[in-house]
Design a protein around this ligand. Sequence first.
Ligand code: GDG
Length: 491
Amino acid sequence: MKLIWSKESLFNLAKEKFSDHHLIVVSNREPYIHNYVGSKIECEAAVGGVTTALDSVMCATGGLWIACGNSKADKEVVDLNNKVMVPPKEPLYTLKRIWLTKKEINGYYYGFSNQALWPLCHSTYVQPIFSESQWNTYKKVNSKFAQSVLEEIGNRKALVFIQDYHLALLPHLIKEARPEVTVAQFWHIPWPRQQVFSTCPWQEEILNGLLGNDLLGFHTVRHCRNFLTTVNRATKARVNYGKAEVVWNEKETIVRHFPISVDFEQLSQDSQKDEVQEEIKRLKAELGLSDEFIGISIDRLDYTKGIPQRLLAIDRFLDRWPEYKGKTVFIEVQVPSRTQILSYRRLERKVDTLVKKINLKHASGDWKPIITLPGPLPPNTLAALRSMADLCIVSSLHDGMNLVAKEFIASQYDNDGTLILSSSTGAARELGDALLINPLAIDQFAASIKGALDMPKSERHNRMRKKRSIVKKSNIYKWAADIFSELAKLP
Ligand code: GDG
């Protein structure tokens, strides 16, 4: 048994078990985007949990990644087969881009994926929109992905590893055409309770798509159980709860939980680099900070992340303990996301109004409690923020895992930081030593902020040490290695 998985040991495992397979990762979002900067084309890493996690895996294993290309210069850099090698500094795997029309992006991505499946799977009181025309586009785009994957497989032995809820129909489409190909999928968001999922008018087709997988992964045991119950109620498939397996049309799907993670060692080292220490000095000077207690939050502007609730808790904290005014500052990194969707634009306006209101209410002299930094920010700046922070607040109303929490832990190499973590994240299942909160209970949330500020150094260090030892062992390479090992056991 390996104690700590690394890039090298994952590479060796993939080579040992799957060197005769063509490894193909498929996701909606591409890991790298190409954009014009003046007249030059520059390549940068895409923002988002799925791509952050999978990129380290692909750099270790090599292979092909198929995803939609939709940045301004994406078409300029690919070859005749729509392929380009990435990462730009040290090319280690191939990225193949699929092109979608505006209508397809609207129906499949902004439509069914993010206005039906996303709110359906996150219990955050945002009603899913079930539009037949968006569903039809979703089906069409899944077929487009299937065609691209099947072209790549050719006559080879292949392992196809699909990501997320945008591609729920793809496993069945591949398996139908090529039953001998190994197909696995990881569902990065929660799977809701059966009663909730049953409100989707196309639940059977979605389940039929997912049961094309040989292996289906979720972050937590609870998501696996919810999925099995949904299948049991909605289909005639045989569900074995004990073994977490489903048999449907004489085909078996095994369902397992694999808590996703981060590249712990890399992040821990990054936060100690000279460039990052320089960046801390630059940031502090730019933001006019000296020895204030610094809290940070880093999220896509998404209604699942509990951003308004966090701002209200900060407001309540300052109301109840005004002696902390001038001594604490909360930095909010906000990355605009899915801005074509009305509920996201509304959230942006709401957050903006709240920040202004709270700052106006509590500010004095040069000091204000909330500083917003619009993202996406470069990796060194993020590393600097994580490293200089005394506190990180993750307040999701519902979250599959939440990588920001684990990235913060990995960056706290001196053990001197506190994590406030919503108990509705997958991360809370592993990180019981964080200060767990219910983001809807604003008074308790505010009291946890006070608790974080007042925590004795020894307790702070103790809790962080325990969390670091968990994330160190359960890193991103272990996540991938566990999935590969499970696949290697398949008959
Ligand atoms: C989905 C699930 C699950 C943030 N701001 C910037 C930036 N980020 C990076 C973070 C982190 C990633 O984006 C966000 O990951 P999360 O896990 O927090 O959230 P989702 O995007 O919702 O991801 C989630 C995840 O998939 C993986 O399975 O954990 O539950 O919803 O890595 O650091 N990156 C850059 N600039 C920014 O300003 N470069």
